[in-house]
Design a protein around this ligand. Structure first.
Ligand code: PZK
Length: 343
């Protein structure tokens, strides 16, 4: 990162003995100073950033930190990936140019790549094939949206881990197992697992998803369906992770969501994106420590540097950080697909 926040802090506020910054309001101030000093984000880029969707006559079906889902009719939903970015559990005030298109195009790539393994919910992603009533929103939708088949969603997250990180690392350190799966002794943080493991979770009512043993999943959705979801999840992860690894990206873990449609068990939601997975740059992989994130590292470094207290309101990002982050998303797309994101 080219910004030296400590030098910025030095000629702004006096440094307190326990560090340069403690309060969120100061953090925002420095974000602004940094943004002014480094560069004004190219105004065309800024124009293209979508933080909020707005389709007044459509019914919002669900909304996440990054994506908005609208109800089109009884059979179909409209998924839109915005350029919002979250870090440390909060959506930041600044969007990331191209992010929504990168997430959408990565999911589309994997849907195609995985189509022989599992049916998916995609109906259309070319706006010209969307209903006439949506054509007036073509600018908001192109490249970042999909029409998908409405599924009866299963109330579990199907998580697969090929490496030990995050909540699984915490659980393993404390207990030696993860979601009821006994793991070898002596694993280090970020180690590759002997084989990928299926570690389902439930959507917690507040905050984070809760890891559950397979037996608990079986109680929730039934043992036969649980076995099928585990088998599909592991097969999908293994095929994709092997491919990504050849392209220089380690997919350490990922979360799938499935539902039932006319096609049977159907892969839904976004698939194997940096938002639903941990992407690590393979050339920097070093077990024994937490790994840098492929996409969000500049953002995390910046937020740590300004000492954001990780309470709302979340700060914005300097143009330089947003721009570098944008480039990482575009790079991930390029590495995986070999294609250029059309800008
Ligand atoms: C569905 N979500 C989660 C994702 C959000 C929320 N094919 C489908 N049919 C019915 N429902 C869903 C899907 C899918 N995929 C998934 N919510 C509804 C979700 C993204 C953003 F706000």
């Amino acid at each position: 990162m080219s910004i030296d926040l400590h030098s910025l802090a030095a000629d702004g506020e006096p440094e307190s003995p326990d560090g340069p910054l403690t309060k969120i309001s100061l953090g925002q101030e420095y974000a602004t100073i940094a943004a002014c000093r480094i560069s004004i984000m190219n105004s065309q880029l800024l124009d293209s950033v979508l933080l909020q969707t707005d389709f007044p006559e459509l019914k919002l079906h669900a909304s996440g930190k990054v994506r908005d889902v609208y109800l089109l009719d009884q059979e179909r939903l409209l998924f839109v990936a915005t350029d919002r970015i979250s870090a440390f559990d909060y959506v930041l005030a600044t969007g990331i140019p191209h992010k929504g298109r990168v997430l959408t195009q990565i999911s589309l790539f994997w849907f195609e790549f995985l189509r022989d393994l599992v049916p998916n919910h995609l109906i259309a992603a070319d706006v010209r094939q969307y209903p006439a009533a949506l054509q007036k929103y073509a600018d908001q939708l192109q490249g970042r949206s999909m029409i998908v088949a409405r599924a009866e969603m299963f109330p579990v997250e199907c998580v697969v881990r090929g490496y030990i990180s995050g909540s699984a690392w915490k659980e393993y350190k404390a207990t030696g197992h993860v979601c009821g799966i006994e793991l070898p002794k002596g694993l280090r943080e970020s180690d590759r697992l002997p084989e990928p493991i299926f570690t389902p979770s439930t959507k917690a009512t507040t905050g984070h998803d809760e890891n559950i043993p397979f037996t608990e999943m079986a109680g929730l959705v039934g043992p036969e369906l649980s076995r099928q979801l585990r088998e599909i999840s592991l097969a999908v992860y293994s095929k994709a992770a092997e491919f990504a690894r050849q392209k220089g990206i380690i997919i350490a873990d990922t979360k799938f969501e499935f539902g039932r449609t006319a096609q049977g068990i159907t892969l839904a939601d976004e698939v194997l994106t940096p938002d639903s997975s941990r992407f690590w740059p393979a050339d920097k992989y070093e077990p024994g420590r937490a790994q840098d994130s492929f996409d969000k590292q500049y953002v995390r470094d910046y937020l740590e540097a300004i000492r954001w207290n990780k309470q709302p309101p979340a700060p914005g990002l300097p143009a330089e950080v947003a721009s570098q982050t944008s480039q990482k998303y575009v790079e991930a797309y390029h590495l995986l697909t070999g294609r250029d994101l059309d800008v």
